[in-house]
Design a binder for this molecule. Structure first.
Ligand SMILES: [Zn+2]
Length: 470
Protein backbone atom coordinates (compact mmCIF):
# COMPACT_ATOMS: atom_id res chain seq x y z
CA UNK A 1 0.00 0.00 0.00
CA UNK A 2 1.10 3.57 -0.67
CA UNK A 3 2.70 5.41 2.25
CA UNK A 4 2.38 2.30 4.35
CA UNK A 5 -1.28 2.92 5.09
CA UNK A 6 -3.74 0.09 5.10
CA UNK A 7 -6.64 0.46 2.68
CA UNK A 8 -10.25 -0.17 3.67
CA UNK A 9 -10.46 -3.31 1.52
CA UNK A 10 -7.36 -4.76 3.11
CA UNK A 11 -8.60 -4.01 6.60
CA UNK A 12 -11.89 -5.68 5.92
CA UNK A 13 -10.07 -8.75 4.57
CA UNK A 14 -8.10 -8.88 7.84
CA UNK A 15 -11.31 -8.56 9.84
CA UNK A 16 -12.95 -11.31 7.78
CA UNK A 17 -9.98 -13.58 8.31
CA UNK A 18 -10.18 -13.01 12.06
CA UNK A 19 -13.87 -13.88 12.16
CA UNK A 20 -13.21 -16.86 9.89
CA UNK A 21 -10.56 -18.16 12.26
CA UNK A 22 -12.91 -17.64 15.21
CA UNK A 23 -15.63 -19.56 13.37
CA UNK A 24 -13.17 -22.37 12.67
CA UNK A 25 -12.44 -22.69 16.41
CA UNK A 26 -16.15 -22.82 17.24
CA UNK A 27 -16.61 -25.66 14.72
CA UNK A 28 -13.59 -27.65 15.87
CA UNK A 29 -15.08 -29.30 19.02
CA UNK A 30 -18.08 -30.50 16.97
CA UNK A 31 -15.77 -31.82 14.23
CA UNK A 32 -13.59 -33.59 16.81
CA UNK A 33 -16.65 -35.21 18.40
CA UNK A 34 -17.71 -36.63 15.03
CA UNK A 35 -14.51 -38.71 14.89
CA UNK A 36 -16.09 -41.05 17.46
CA UNK A 37 -19.48 -41.38 15.76
CA UNK A 38 -20.97 -44.83 15.27
CA UNK A 39 -21.61 -46.11 11.77
CA UNK A 40 -25.35 -45.53 12.31
CA UNK A 41 -24.71 -41.91 13.37
CA UNK A 42 -22.58 -41.33 10.28
CA UNK A 43 -25.11 -42.82 7.86
CA UNK A 44 -28.05 -40.99 9.40
CA UNK A 45 -26.18 -37.71 9.16
CA UNK A 46 -25.10 -38.37 5.56
CA UNK A 47 -28.64 -39.19 4.48
CA UNK A 48 -29.98 -35.93 5.92
CA UNK A 49 -27.12 -33.89 4.47
CA UNK A 50 -27.52 -35.51 1.04
CA UNK A 51 -31.25 -34.72 1.00
CA UNK A 52 -30.57 -31.10 1.92
CA UNK A 53 -27.89 -30.75 -0.74
CA UNK A 54 -30.05 -32.33 -3.45
CA UNK A 55 -32.99 -30.09 -2.55
CA UNK A 56 -30.76 -27.00 -2.55
CA UNK A 57 -29.12 -27.86 -5.87
CA UNK A 58 -32.46 -28.56 -7.54
CA UNK A 59 -33.93 -25.30 -6.25
CA UNK A 60 -31.00 -22.97 -6.98
CA UNK A 61 -28.99 -24.45 -9.86
CA UNK A 62 -30.64 -24.77 -13.28
CA UNK A 63 -28.00 -27.29 -14.31
CA UNK A 64 -28.78 -29.62 -11.39
CA UNK A 65 -32.51 -29.03 -11.70
CA UNK A 66 -32.35 -30.64 -15.14
CA UNK A 67 -30.06 -33.51 -14.07
CA UNK A 68 -31.83 -34.34 -10.82
CA UNK A 69 -35.40 -34.17 -12.10
CA UNK A 70 -35.89 -37.90 -11.47
CA UNK A 71 -34.63 -37.75 -7.87
CA UNK A 72 -36.97 -36.93 -4.97
CA UNK A 73 -34.71 -35.02 -2.61
CA UNK A 74 -37.08 -35.42 0.34
CA UNK A 75 -36.90 -39.22 0.35
CA UNK A 76 -33.50 -39.89 -1.31
CA UNK A 77 -31.15 -42.34 0.39
CA UNK A 78 -27.47 -43.12 -0.06
CA UNK A 79 -28.54 -45.99 -2.33
CA UNK A 80 -29.99 -43.42 -4.75
CA UNK A 81 -26.56 -41.97 -5.42
CA UNK A 82 -26.01 -44.45 -8.22
CA UNK A 83 -29.06 -43.03 -10.01
CA UNK A 84 -27.37 -39.62 -10.19
CA UNK A 85 -25.31 -39.02 -13.32
CA UNK A 86 -21.57 -38.55 -12.83
CA UNK A 87 -20.12 -35.09 -13.50
CA UNK A 88 -16.64 -34.08 -14.64
CA UNK A 89 -14.45 -31.05 -14.15
CA UNK A 90 -15.32 -30.15 -17.74
CA UNK A 91 -19.02 -30.09 -16.76
CA UNK A 92 -18.26 -27.91 -13.77
CA UNK A 93 -16.19 -25.38 -15.68
CA UNK A 94 -18.47 -25.24 -18.74
CA UNK A 95 -21.65 -24.87 -16.66
CA UNK A 96 -20.18 -22.98 -13.71
CA UNK A 97 -22.66 -20.11 -13.98
CA UNK A 98 -25.62 -22.53 -13.93
CA UNK A 99 -24.15 -24.53 -11.04
CA UNK A 100 -23.07 -21.75 -8.68
CA UNK A 101 -25.94 -20.76 -6.35
CA UNK A 102 -24.66 -17.36 -5.19
CA UNK A 103 -27.03 -14.80 -6.74
CA UNK A 104 -25.27 -12.82 -9.49
CA UNK A 105 -22.02 -14.83 -9.31
CA UNK A 106 -20.23 -15.75 -12.54
CA UNK A 107 -17.13 -17.62 -13.57
CA UNK A 108 -15.91 -14.64 -15.60
CA UNK A 109 -15.99 -12.40 -12.54
CA UNK A 110 -14.29 -15.07 -10.42
CA UNK A 111 -11.51 -15.52 -12.97
CA UNK A 112 -11.00 -11.79 -13.31
CA UNK A 113 -10.74 -11.52 -9.52
CA UNK A 114 -8.31 -14.43 -9.32
CA UNK A 115 -5.89 -12.70 -11.67
CA UNK A 116 -5.45 -9.78 -9.28
CA UNK A 117 -5.83 -11.48 -5.90
CA UNK A 118 -2.59 -11.76 -4.01
CA UNK A 119 -3.09 -12.02 -0.30
CA UNK A 120 -6.84 -12.26 0.09
CA UNK A 121 -9.34 -14.45 -1.70
CA UNK A 122 -12.71 -13.12 -0.55
CA UNK A 123 -15.30 -12.41 -3.21
CA UNK A 124 -19.07 -11.76 -3.25
CA UNK A 125 -19.14 -10.76 0.41
CA UNK A 126 -17.47 -13.41 2.52
CA UNK A 127 -17.22 -16.18 -0.06
CA UNK A 128 -13.75 -17.53 -0.83
CA UNK A 129 -12.24 -18.59 -4.17
CA UNK A 130 -9.93 -21.58 -4.57
CA UNK A 131 -8.09 -22.47 -7.77
CA UNK A 132 -6.74 -25.95 -8.38
CA UNK A 133 -4.51 -27.75 -10.85
CA UNK A 134 -6.08 -30.93 -9.62
CA UNK A 135 -7.49 -33.68 -11.71
CA UNK A 136 -8.35 -33.96 -15.38
CA UNK A 137 -5.60 -31.78 -16.80
CA UNK A 138 -7.58 -28.59 -16.57
CA UNK A 139 -7.52 -25.90 -13.89
CA UNK A 140 -10.58 -25.83 -11.67
CA UNK A 141 -12.25 -22.93 -9.91
CA UNK A 142 -14.17 -23.37 -6.68
CA UNK A 143 -16.05 -21.04 -4.38
CA UNK A 144 -17.01 -21.65 -0.75
CA UNK A 145 -19.40 -19.88 1.54
CA UNK A 146 -18.07 -18.59 4.86
CA UNK A 147 -19.19 -21.53 7.01
CA UNK A 148 -18.20 -24.18 4.45
CA UNK A 149 -14.62 -23.04 4.09
CA UNK A 150 -14.18 -23.18 7.88
CA UNK A 151 -15.93 -26.57 7.94
CA UNK A 152 -13.65 -27.99 5.24
CA UNK A 153 -10.56 -26.84 7.13
CA UNK A 154 -11.88 -28.06 10.50
CA UNK A 155 -12.84 -31.40 8.97
CA UNK A 156 -9.32 -31.98 7.77
CA UNK A 157 -7.43 -30.30 10.62
CA UNK A 158 -9.23 -32.31 13.33
CA UNK A 159 -6.77 -35.18 12.79
CA UNK A 160 -3.95 -32.83 13.66
CA UNK A 161 -5.78 -31.40 16.69
CA UNK A 162 -6.52 -34.92 17.94
CA UNK A 163 -2.80 -35.69 17.70
CA UNK A 164 -1.99 -32.73 19.97
CA UNK A 165 -3.50 -34.51 22.99
CA UNK A 166 -0.15 -35.96 24.19
CA UNK A 167 1.42 -32.48 24.06
CA UNK A 168 -1.52 -31.05 25.98
CA UNK A 169 -1.03 -33.75 28.64
CA UNK A 170 2.58 -32.59 28.98
CA UNK A 171 1.41 -29.07 29.73
CA UNK A 172 1.82 -27.41 26.33
CA UNK A 173 -0.96 -24.86 25.83
CA UNK A 174 -3.05 -25.97 22.84
CA UNK A 175 -3.18 -24.41 20.33
CA UNK A 176 -1.28 -21.18 21.03
CA UNK A 177 1.71 -22.79 22.76
CA UNK A 178 2.34 -25.30 19.98
CA UNK A 179 5.40 -24.17 18.00
CA UNK A 180 4.62 -24.60 14.32
CA UNK A 181 6.73 -24.52 11.19
CA UNK A 182 6.03 -25.19 7.55
CA UNK A 183 8.73 -26.09 5.08
CA UNK A 184 7.28 -25.69 1.63
CA UNK A 185 4.48 -23.78 -0.04
CA UNK A 186 4.48 -20.33 -1.56
CA UNK A 187 1.98 -17.58 -2.26
CA UNK A 188 -0.61 -18.71 -4.79
CA UNK A 189 -4.28 -19.28 -5.37
CA UNK A 190 -3.71 -22.99 -4.67
CA UNK A 191 -6.23 -24.32 -2.21
CA UNK A 192 -3.67 -25.30 0.40
CA UNK A 193 -2.15 -21.84 0.42
CA UNK A 194 -5.47 -20.02 0.61
CA UNK A 195 -6.67 -22.21 3.46
CA UNK A 196 -3.51 -21.87 5.50
CA UNK A 197 -3.56 -18.10 4.90
CA UNK A 198 -7.18 -17.65 5.94
CA UNK A 199 -6.86 -19.85 9.00
CA UNK A 200 -3.40 -18.84 10.21
CA UNK A 201 -3.50 -18.05 13.91
CA UNK A 202 -2.11 -14.55 14.61
CA UNK A 203 -1.63 -15.47 18.29
CA UNK A 204 0.73 -18.27 17.28
CA UNK A 205 2.69 -17.32 14.18
CA UNK A 206 4.01 -20.22 12.13
CA UNK A 207 7.63 -20.21 10.98
CA UNK A 208 7.18 -20.41 7.22
CA UNK A 209 10.19 -21.70 5.29
CA UNK A 210 10.24 -22.42 1.61
CA UNK A 211 10.98 -26.05 0.83
CA UNK A 212 11.27 -25.26 -2.85
CA UNK A 213 14.49 -23.31 -2.37
CA UNK A 214 17.90 -23.98 -0.98
CA UNK A 215 17.55 -25.94 2.22
CA UNK A 216 20.62 -25.04 4.30
CA UNK A 217 19.20 -21.54 4.92
CA UNK A 218 16.33 -23.24 6.70
CA UNK A 219 18.35 -25.30 9.20
CA UNK A 220 19.40 -22.42 11.46
CA UNK A 221 15.84 -21.11 11.48
CA UNK A 222 14.46 -24.52 12.41
CA UNK A 223 17.12 -25.01 15.11
CA UNK A 224 16.08 -21.70 16.61
CA UNK A 225 12.34 -22.28 16.27
CA UNK A 226 12.46 -25.87 17.71
CA UNK A 227 9.01 -26.61 16.31
CA UNK A 228 6.69 -29.17 17.92
CA UNK A 229 4.95 -29.42 14.58
CA UNK A 230 6.34 -29.34 11.04
CA UNK A 231 4.23 -29.32 7.92
CA UNK A 232 6.20 -30.35 4.85
CA UNK A 233 6.29 -32.39 1.65
CA UNK A 234 7.61 -35.96 1.49
CA UNK A 235 10.30 -34.92 -1.00
CA UNK A 236 11.59 -32.27 1.40
CA UNK A 237 11.85 -34.43 4.48
CA UNK A 238 14.64 -36.58 3.02
CA UNK A 239 16.92 -33.55 3.14
CA UNK A 240 15.78 -32.70 6.67
CA UNK A 241 16.58 -36.25 7.83
CA UNK A 242 20.05 -36.09 6.28
CA UNK A 243 20.73 -32.76 7.97
CA UNK A 244 19.56 -34.16 11.30
CA UNK A 245 21.86 -37.18 10.83
CA UNK A 246 24.93 -35.06 10.07
CA UNK A 247 24.23 -32.60 12.87
CA UNK A 248 23.42 -29.50 10.85
CA UNK A 249 19.86 -29.81 12.03
CA UNK A 250 19.04 -30.48 15.67
CA UNK A 251 15.31 -30.56 16.24
CA UNK A 252 12.85 -32.93 17.88
CA UNK A 253 9.43 -32.43 16.30
CA UNK A 254 6.49 -34.31 17.83
CA UNK A 255 4.32 -34.18 14.76
CA UNK A 256 5.39 -34.32 11.13
CA UNK A 257 2.54 -33.55 8.80
CA UNK A 258 2.93 -34.40 5.14
CA UNK A 259 0.79 -32.83 2.49
CA UNK A 260 0.59 -32.20 -1.21
CA UNK A 261 2.05 -35.49 -2.36
CA UNK A 262 1.63 -39.18 -1.76
CA UNK A 263 3.71 -40.33 1.23
CA UNK A 264 5.91 -43.28 0.18
CA UNK A 265 6.51 -45.94 2.84
CA UNK A 266 10.29 -45.47 2.58
CA UNK A 267 9.96 -41.82 3.53
CA UNK A 268 7.58 -42.63 6.37
CA UNK A 269 10.13 -45.13 7.70
CA UNK A 270 13.02 -42.68 7.33
CA UNK A 271 11.17 -39.93 9.20
CA UNK A 272 10.11 -42.36 11.94
CA UNK A 273 13.71 -43.61 12.33
CA UNK A 274 15.02 -40.04 12.52
CA UNK A 275 12.41 -38.83 15.01
CA UNK A 276 10.97 -41.90 16.79
CA UNK A 277 8.82 -39.77 19.14
CA UNK A 278 7.10 -37.98 16.26
CA UNK A 279 3.65 -38.86 14.96
CA UNK A 280 3.77 -39.03 11.17
CA UNK A 281 0.54 -37.63 9.80
CA UNK A 282 -0.69 -37.30 6.27
CA UNK A 283 -4.01 -36.80 4.61
CA UNK A 284 -5.60 -36.40 1.25
CA UNK A 285 -7.60 -33.40 0.29
CA UNK A 286 -9.03 -31.77 -2.75
CA UNK A 287 -10.26 -28.29 -3.62
CA UNK A 288 -13.64 -29.87 -4.38
CA UNK A 289 -14.29 -30.30 -0.68
CA UNK A 290 -11.36 -31.42 1.46
CA UNK A 291 -11.96 -35.09 2.10
CA UNK A 292 -9.98 -36.74 4.89
CA UNK A 293 -8.45 -36.34 8.32
CA UNK A 294 -5.12 -37.73 9.43
CA UNK A 295 -4.87 -40.68 11.82
CA UNK A 296 -1.99 -41.27 14.26
CA UNK A 297 -2.07 -44.92 13.24
CA UNK A 298 -1.07 -44.13 9.66
CA UNK A 299 -3.28 -43.46 6.65
CA UNK A 300 -6.35 -41.29 7.03
CA UNK A 301 -10.10 -41.43 7.41
CA UNK A 302 -12.60 -40.07 4.92
CA UNK A 303 -14.57 -37.14 6.40
CA UNK A 304 -17.80 -39.06 5.97
CA UNK A 305 -19.77 -36.43 7.85
CA UNK A 306 -18.81 -33.91 5.15
CA UNK A 307 -18.28 -35.76 1.89
CA UNK A 308 -19.17 -38.99 0.11
CA UNK A 309 -16.32 -40.69 -1.70
CA UNK A 310 -17.19 -43.65 -3.94
CA UNK A 311 -14.04 -45.45 -5.14
CA UNK A 312 -14.93 -47.10 -8.45
CA UNK A 313 -13.38 -49.28 -11.13
CA UNK A 314 -13.08 -48.41 -14.83
CA UNK A 315 -16.74 -49.32 -15.37
CA UNK A 316 -17.91 -47.06 -12.54
CA UNK A 317 -18.66 -49.98 -10.22
CA UNK A 318 -17.73 -49.80 -6.51
CA UNK A 319 -14.47 -51.51 -5.56
CA UNK A 320 -13.74 -53.43 -2.38
CA UNK A 321 -11.26 -52.52 0.37
CA UNK A 322 -7.76 -53.64 -0.61
CA UNK A 323 -8.44 -53.14 -4.33
CA UNK A 324 -7.23 -50.13 -6.28
CA UNK A 325 -9.86 -47.82 -7.68
CA UNK A 326 -9.66 -46.34 -11.15
CA UNK A 327 -11.12 -43.08 -9.87
CA UNK A 328 -13.52 -41.77 -7.25
CA UNK A 329 -16.90 -40.06 -7.37
CA UNK A 330 -16.83 -37.16 -4.95
CA UNK A 331 -19.89 -35.54 -3.38
CA UNK A 332 -19.58 -32.47 -1.17
CA UNK A 333 -22.38 -32.52 1.43
CA UNK A 334 -21.87 -29.10 2.98
CA UNK A 335 -20.80 -26.35 0.53
CA UNK A 336 -24.04 -25.07 -0.96
CA UNK A 337 -22.35 -22.19 -2.84
CA UNK A 338 -21.12 -24.53 -5.59
CA UNK A 339 -22.74 -27.96 -5.35
CA UNK A 340 -20.42 -30.83 -6.29
CA UNK A 341 -22.37 -34.08 -6.65
CA UNK A 342 -20.79 -37.32 -7.96
CA UNK A 343 -17.82 -35.52 -9.45
CA UNK A 344 -15.09 -37.64 -11.03
CA UNK A 345 -11.57 -37.35 -9.63
CA UNK A 346 -8.97 -39.63 -11.18
CA UNK A 347 -7.13 -40.52 -8.00
CA UNK A 348 -6.40 -44.13 -7.21
CA UNK A 349 -7.86 -44.98 -3.80
CA UNK A 350 -7.00 -48.03 -1.71
CA UNK A 351 -9.29 -48.50 1.27
CA UNK A 352 -8.01 -50.33 4.35
CA UNK A 353 -9.30 -53.87 4.83
CA UNK A 354 -9.04 -53.85 8.62
CA UNK A 355 -10.78 -51.52 11.10
CA UNK A 356 -8.49 -48.76 12.35
CA UNK A 357 -6.91 -49.24 15.81
CA UNK A 358 -8.02 -45.68 16.67
CA UNK A 359 -11.63 -46.91 16.67
CA UNK A 360 -13.03 -44.31 14.28
CA UNK A 361 -15.79 -45.69 12.07
CA UNK A 362 -15.11 -43.20 9.28
CA UNK A 363 -13.86 -45.25 6.32
CA UNK A 364 -10.12 -45.70 6.50
CA UNK A 365 -7.94 -45.05 3.46
CA UNK A 366 -4.68 -46.94 3.38
CA UNK A 367 -3.27 -44.86 0.58
CA UNK A 368 -4.13 -42.69 -2.38
CA UNK A 369 -1.82 -43.62 -5.21
CA UNK A 370 -1.13 -41.46 -8.17
CA UNK A 371 -0.78 -38.02 -6.63
CA UNK A 372 2.93 -38.49 -6.44
CA UNK A 373 4.49 -35.62 -8.30
CA UNK A 374 7.53 -36.40 -10.35
CA UNK A 375 10.49 -34.11 -9.80
CA UNK A 376 12.45 -32.24 -12.43
CA UNK A 377 16.19 -32.66 -11.81
CA UNK A 378 18.83 -30.44 -13.41
CA UNK A 379 22.16 -31.71 -12.11
CA UNK A 380 21.99 -31.05 -8.36
CA UNK A 381 18.96 -28.80 -8.64
CA UNK A 382 15.64 -30.44 -7.86
CA UNK A 383 12.39 -28.69 -8.65
CA UNK A 384 8.83 -29.67 -7.83
CA UNK A 385 7.08 -28.95 -11.14
CA UNK A 386 4.03 -27.70 -9.24
CA UNK A 387 6.02 -24.45 -8.90
CA UNK A 388 6.03 -24.12 -12.69
CA UNK A 389 2.35 -25.00 -12.82
CA UNK A 390 1.46 -21.83 -10.92
CA UNK A 391 2.15 -19.86 -14.10
CA UNK A 392 -0.49 -21.95 -15.88
CA UNK A 393 -3.09 -21.46 -13.15
CA UNK A 394 -2.96 -17.70 -13.77
CA UNK A 395 -4.29 -18.29 -17.29
CA UNK A 396 -7.93 -19.32 -16.94
CA UNK A 397 -8.38 -19.90 -20.67
CA UNK A 398 -6.09 -22.93 -20.60
CA UNK A 399 -8.22 -26.05 -20.90
CA UNK A 400 -5.52 -28.71 -20.60
CA UNK A 401 -1.78 -28.55 -20.19
CA UNK A 402 1.36 -30.55 -19.75
CA UNK A 403 4.78 -29.43 -18.55
CA UNK A 404 7.66 -31.43 -20.02
CA UNK A 405 11.16 -31.22 -18.65
CA UNK A 406 13.89 -30.50 -21.25
CA UNK A 407 17.70 -30.58 -20.95
CA UNK A 408 17.88 -26.91 -20.04
CA UNK A 409 14.38 -25.98 -18.94
CA UNK A 410 10.82 -26.87 -19.79
CA UNK A 411 8.36 -27.15 -22.61
CA UNK A 412 4.79 -26.07 -21.95
CA UNK A 413 2.03 -27.63 -24.05
CA UNK A 414 -1.53 -26.45 -23.79
CA UNK A 415 -4.94 -26.59 -25.36
CA UNK A 416 -7.16 -23.51 -25.40
CA UNK A 417 -9.96 -22.01 -27.41
CA UNK A 418 -9.61 -18.47 -26.08
CA UNK A 419 -6.44 -16.32 -25.94
CA UNK A 420 -3.65 -17.18 -23.50
CA UNK A 421 -0.91 -14.76 -22.51
CA UNK A 422 2.01 -16.90 -23.65
CA UNK A 423 4.62 -14.20 -23.05
CA UNK A 424 3.62 -13.79 -19.41
CA UNK A 425 3.41 -17.54 -18.86
CA UNK A 426 6.86 -18.21 -20.34
CA UNK A 427 8.39 -15.28 -18.44
CA UNK A 428 6.99 -16.61 -15.17
CA UNK A 429 8.24 -20.17 -15.72
CA UNK A 430 11.62 -18.80 -16.80
CA UNK A 431 11.83 -16.73 -13.60
CA UNK A 432 11.00 -19.78 -11.46
CA UNK A 433 13.76 -21.87 -13.08
CA UNK A 434 16.24 -19.03 -12.73
CA UNK A 435 15.23 -18.56 -9.12
CA UNK A 436 16.05 -22.18 -8.37
CA UNK A 437 19.48 -21.78 -9.92
CA UNK A 438 19.01 -23.36 -13.34
CA UNK A 439 21.60 -21.66 -15.58
CA UNK A 440 20.23 -19.95 -18.70
CA UNK A 441 16.92 -21.82 -18.61
CA UNK A 442 15.01 -22.28 -21.82
CA UNK A 443 11.22 -22.33 -21.78
CA UNK A 444 9.20 -23.02 -24.90
CA UNK A 445 5.45 -22.98 -25.33
CA UNK A 446 3.26 -24.72 -27.83
CA UNK A 447 -0.46 -24.72 -28.41
CA UNK A 448 -1.71 -28.17 -29.34
CA UNK A 449 -4.99 -29.58 -30.63
CA UNK A 450 -5.10 -32.35 -28.04
CA UNK A 451 -3.10 -34.65 -25.80
CA UNK A 452 -2.16 -38.29 -25.80
CA UNK A 453 -3.47 -39.79 -22.62
CA UNK A 454 -2.48 -42.86 -20.64
CA UNK A 455 -4.31 -46.13 -21.18
CA UNK A 456 -6.52 -45.18 -18.25
CA UNK A 457 -7.44 -41.91 -19.97
CA UNK A 458 -5.37 -39.72 -17.69
CA UNK A 459 -3.29 -36.78 -18.75
CA UNK A 460 0.09 -36.58 -17.07
CA UNK A 461 0.62 -32.96 -16.03
CA UNK A 462 4.35 -33.31 -15.52
CA UNK A 463 6.79 -35.26 -17.64
CA UNK A 464 10.31 -35.35 -16.16
CA UNK A 465 13.30 -36.52 -18.19
CA UNK A 466 14.59 -39.98 -17.26
CA UNK A 467 16.87 -39.95 -14.20
CA UNK A 468 20.33 -38.55 -15.06
CA UNK A 469 19.32 -37.29 -18.51
CA UNK A 470 19.37 -33.58 -17.72
ZN1 LIG B 1 -7.68 -44.22 12.66
Amino acid sequence: MKNGTMGAAEMSAEARRASHLAHFYTLLPEMLSHIGWSRADIDAHRTTALREMLAHAKAHSPWYAARLGHIDAATATLADLKRIPVMTKHDLMEHWDEIVTIPGASRAEAEAALRTMKDQFYIWGDHVLLASGGTGGRPGLFVYDFDSLARMWAGMARGFFASLMPLAMEGVAVPNGVRMATVGGETSGHGSFVLSRVFSNPNNPTTNLSGWRTMPDNYAKLNEAQPHFIFTYPSVVVELCEAQANGRLNISPRILYFGGEQLPQAIYDLAKATWPKADILTCWGTSEGGGSFACRHGGYHICEDLVIIEPVDGAGQPIKPGQLSESIYFTNLYNKALPIIRYTIDDVFELAEEPCPCGSQHTKVRQVHGRSVDKFRYGDIVIAPVTLELAALEQPNILEYQIQQTQSGARFLYRAELPVNEVQLVAKMHAVLLDFGVTAPEVTIEKVAGFTRTAAGKLKHFLPLPEGAA
